[in-house]
Ligand binder design. Structure first.
Ligand code: G6P
Length: 372
């Protein structure tokens, strides 16, 4: 009913709008007044967390993209190797797992069969499994050694939005906590990031207030057949997520690429007026990546692409090559996905509506896939 949708036309719109609260709720009670993390709910003694020598993330769909983003943060803050694998592939390749491997299973529903089978396989090999889950008491957390719940609240739309943002936040909490417990050399940085993480929900709210031009742009592209998405570093999984949302909702051909791969193939796809969305890393921080992606934008535009650029406030270097600019607030490098994904959700939702598609219940998809 309309009341259930909180006045929005679709659950997806409501859930997109709820993201600042979902993010804030997922942080709530987990950051102490001294700026240190308390994750007692992990029920894993610090001694055990110090003995871990590898993290393996398993997930499907949108949750897999959250895991891809988490890999950058986990490796950076913990200096432990981190692998991310599609749950459906994981156990069929005979993965190397032992008691010192922490397996993180990410799932909104907690019922995805592929993810469940992957975690069962990991536990059989003696690994500890931590679930990151949005649904209290569901199967995946029940079968795991520990669980860190995301507090997104119920997600009804098939295409995941607020759950995704909170999965990234929860993964970051785990990464920062591991860093804190293991005392990596990033101690000062970790304290700073925890502070900045606590401000990120406000920034997500700011993005939501500036989405009208994104909607207008989406409507103008409703008769296109293909949209490409480019990103690198943590912007690469954001590009994959933008493409997945468009496939799921608009039934369009959409592909995400790592921008560095452009010259190894995707550039052959560029033709006149092809919309290409580019997620631009901050010019601060890893500025080398910023400069490289600006030259990618230049290259594809020279070949006639219509460039849609997602760039940080104040990044003027992209302006000459952008047909459309979507501005996002300045954030630390690793936090950018939390703001950069939001316009892509709005874009896909609006394009789907413009094409007359059912936004909350896309054809052929299920909210939770309980078969292998
Ligand atoms: C289905 C949904 C996706 C979701 C995926 C994983 O395919 O349509 O939106 O990302 O399952 O679901 P989970 O509940 O495990 O996060």
């Amino acid at each position: 009913s309309a009341a259930e949708k909180g006045g929005y036309d679709y659950f997806m719109l409501k859930e997109i709008a709820e993201q600042p609260k979902a993010v804030a709720d997922t942080l709530l009670g987990r950051i102490g007044t001294d700026g240190r993390l308390t994750l007692d709910e992990l029920r894993m003694p610090d001694r055990m967390l110090r003995e871990i020598d590898k993290v393996v993330i398993v997930a499907c769909g949108t949750a897999f993209h959250a895991g891809m983003i988490a890999k950058y943060a986990i490796e950076h803050w913990t200096r432990m190797p981190c692998e991310v694998e599609l749950a459906s592939e994981f156990r069929y390749r005979d993965p190397i797992l032992d008691q010192r491997t922490l397996v993180v299973a990410i799932s909104q529903s907690g019922e995805t069969m592929d993810t469940l089978m992957a975690l069962r396989h990991a536990r059989e090999q003696g690994s500890k499994v931590l679930a990151i889950c949005n649904t209290n008491g569901s199967t995946i957390p029940r079968e795991s050694d520990a669980v860190l719940y995301t507090h997104a609240g119920p997600e009804v739309a098939v295409a995941s939005t607020k759950a995704f943002l909170t999965q990234v936040v929860a993964c970051y909490l785990v990464a920062l906590y591991l860093g804190q417990v293991r005392g990596t050399k990033w101690g000062d940085e970790i304290t700073g990031v925890i502070r900045e993480l606590s401000e990120i929900s406000t920034q997500v709210g700011q993005v939501l207030e500036t989405m009208e031009p994104v909607r207008a742009l989406a409507r103008s592209l409703k008769d296109k057949n293909t949209v490409l998405f480019l990103g690198r570093h943590v912007g690469y999984p954001v590009a994959l997520e933008g493409a997945l949302k468009l496939k799921e909702l608009a039934y369009m051909h959409a592909e995400g690429f790592a921008a560095g791969e452009l010259k190894h193939g995707p550039i052959a796809l560029i033709e006149q007026d092809l919309p290409v969305v580019v997620v631009v890393p901050s010019p601060r921080g890893r500025s080398v990546l910023h400069d490289k992606i600006v030259s990618n934008i230049q290259e594809i535009r020279a070949r006639g692409a219509r460039t849609i650029v997602i760039a940080e406030e104040g990044d003027e270097a992209v302006v000459p090559y952008a047909d459309h600019i979507i501005r996002i607030p300045r954030t630390p490098v690793l936090l950018q996905p939390l703001v950069a994904t939001v316009p892509l959700q709005v874009f896909a939702c609006e394009l789907a509506t413009a094409r007359g598609n059912e936004v909350d219940q896309p054809r052929n998809l299920a909210k939770s896939v309980t078969v292998e």
